[in-house]
Design a protein around this ligand. Structure first.
Ligand SMILES: [Zn+2]
Ligand SMILES: [Zn+2]
Length: 321
């Protein structure tokens, strides 16, 4: 018992150290991750800022089919409830209070909880947007300049100087108890503002491996993967979709951890209720994600799992490698 208390105190000290480090995390070369909620992340090394699926608006938006209890309205939410035919309006105040700069924005697919804020952020920061043809068509509707759009289909491995990027073919979460399927993509020739319906075609799904500052960071945008496409990758950090739909997938954490050769750090992603604003309690989601933490630990006992908090900097240790 005493030993348990001592180790608890040690953990608390370690957590405080991490928290203090966040203050000076911007120093060059130190790779720092920040969760933006939903499947959104910021990766920075003090020089380059890479965003993945940044979705900060957290609109009280239309629920996808089969959303179930995850789609139930937050009690007391007085914000407008948007329908599929409503025009998309990002929450510019929230975005601008958190996103000052970005060099690259990686988009996994064109569901609105991944792509809605990207045109505004791309226009504001002059970042280059990388994604499927569907993603690029959404950007073109908002007049994001052509020279800042890179269309990919999965399989590319690009060198950018300060980092490199492997684009990985992937598949969408098996929503609606495996009845989710979409081969739709956002078409060319659309004009802003788009409606939620125009931001609902999936357009194919990608994952990304970012190699930066001696780290390899693998990011998924949902609760699925193609095992043969990730087998043999050796990321030290993996953002892994952790919402309930992962349970539709056979041995989700086991196959993933083995294919990735047991990454040092796993960060659960896309597990919060993204229909709720940042100041709402996420306690039901925090409770639910604990089973994911257990699954990772069972599959890979030496892997560290950090359940991220919104905008809290997670500095990567060189020992992560
Ligand atoms: Zn989706
Ligand atoms: Zn999503």
């Amino acid at each position: 018992m005493k030993r348990a208390l001592v180790s608890l105190a040690f953990v608390a000290t370690a957590i405080c150290t991490v928290a203090q480090n966040t203050q000076s995390a911007a120093k060059t070369g130190q790779v720092t991750l920040k969760w933006l909620g939903t499947a959104g992340w910021e990766i920075g090394d003090g020089t380059t800022v890479i965003l993945i699926d940044p979705y900060l608006s957290r609109i009280n938006g239309p629920r996808p089919p089969g959303a179930g209890s995850a789609g139930t309205p937050v009690p007391g939410d007085t914000r407008k409830l948007y329908g599929w035919e409503d025009a998309v309006t990002p929450d510019v105040a929230v975005i601008d209070s958190h996103i000052q700069r970005a060099n690259f924005i990686l988009v996994t697919h064109t569901h609105y909880d991944h792509v809605l804020d990207v045109p505004h952020i791309a226009l504001k920061t002059h970042a280059t947007v990388i994604g499927t043809e569907s993603t690029v068509n959404v950007m073109r509707a908002y007049d994001v300049p052509e020279e800042r759009l890179i269309t990919v289909r999965g399989g590319e491995d690009f060198e950018f100087g300060t980092f490199s990027l492997k684009v990985i073919p992937s598949i969408h979460s098996a929503l609606d108890h495996k009845h989710y399927y979409s081969s739709e993509k956002a078409p060319a020739g659309m004009k802003a503002p788009l409606t939620f319906r125009q931001m609902s075609p999936e357009g194919g799904t990608l994952a990304y491996l970012v190699r930066i500052g001696g780290h390899q960071i693998l990011a998924f945008g949902g609760m699925n993967y193609i095992e043969r496409e990730i087998a043999g990758l050796t990321p030290d950090v993996a953002m892994v979709g952790a919402a309930g739909s992962r349970k539709e997938i056979y041995d989700y954490c086991g196959r993933l951890m083995r294919a990735l050769q047991f990454p040092s750090l796993v960060l659960p992603t896309h597990w919060d209720n993204f229909f709720a604003s940042y100041d709402e309690s996420q306690q039901p989601a925090i409770d639910a994600v604990q089973s994911f933490v257990k699954e990772v630990r069972a599959a890979s006992p030496r892997t560290r799992v950090i359940v991220p908090k919104y905008f809290e900097a997670i500095p990567l240790e060189s020992a992560e490698k």
